[in-house]
Design a binder for this molecule. Sequence first.
Ligand SMILES: [Zn+2]
Length: 409
Amino acid sequence: MGRGSNLERVGGFNQAVVLDAIRRAPHGISRVELVQATGLSTQTVSNIVRKQLDLGLLNEGHKTVTGPGKPRTPLTIEPRSRFAVGVHLDPSVMTFVVLDLAGDVVARCRHEMPAVADPDTTVARMAAAIDGLVRTAKVPRDRVLGVGIASPGPINEDRGIVVDAPLLIGWQAVRLRESLRGATGLPVLLDKDVMAAAHAELWSSSRGENENFAFIYLGTGIGAGLVINGQVMRGASNNVGEIGHFSTGEDGPLCACGRSSCIGVAAMPAHLVETAVAAGVLEGPASGADPELISAAWVKLGALALQGDAGALGIVDASARRLARVVEDIANLMDVERVIFGGPMWAPVSERYLAVLQPTLSQRSAVSAIHDLEVIGSALGEDIAAVGAGCAILDHILAPKQMGLLLQD
Ligand SMILES: [Zn+2]
């Protein structure tokens, strides 16, 4: 079947440059316009376009005459020519998406993940879920370029290993990329969940190289993804954004690192739910409960705050203020124009958090005299990390830049 070989066949920097330019032109782009947009020669563009038409990656529209000179033939991406699978591995749930070449979700599903599962069983279930979803979506398997996995960090991306994901019990040093490659027969790429989320935002943005934002990811823990000049920042080991030990400036719960002002523990839904239970705002669950129960209690706490329950409001707003303090430092350090919040634990508190975060951060941006700081919630919803992991696969053929992520092929 030659699975994955498409990657090599459409590889190459110039080809990626051309495909990317076509993808970014919503109404299509002609060969002449491609020459102008890419700086490549007429002959090079013509050869690449011919090859990509042969591979079925492009559609050629009807010739139109819009003025003097040659008629214009617009080229567009053929969305159904290639697909990518994105998986988000979260302590409480696994999310799967199939993306077409345009980056649109064509199928999705979610599977509850048992709190204690051994990695081998989980990999087998992941492979079965991917098979099922690809079949449901009626996507020819030989058009699936690969599987991107978004995992809680830290990860050893070089070796495709999930190092020691908090709350993924039994997941120390799991060779996820290799195992899933074996189980699916597809190329597999591993990325950190926060990076994947930032990647998804970047894909849906039209600002290209002018994009500068911090993505604050609220999950079981907290992390940041950074996009500077249109590139996801990756660092020495693809682990940029470990902000869990940034100081809130307040005394709070004791962190594993020995300090008691770390945002990581202070902003954890598990800690805030525990605080709410201790204050009589919530009836349960008891501390140490598994992720599903914490998640349900977190939704309840957010809802109570929205209804104006004084106890819940106090806890949620204080948490948002602590978060603002940390995000202010990140925004100032990176000179970003936008801060985007999202991740699986964002939705229940988004309204209250934004009410606190927006005024605080806008006023406290050190460069506010030069440019505004936009503070928003992500529009991509709970699939965001899975979508971003799929986008990383598409980037291997579409994006004219060194990705920095390894594909197990
Ligand atoms: Zn700490």
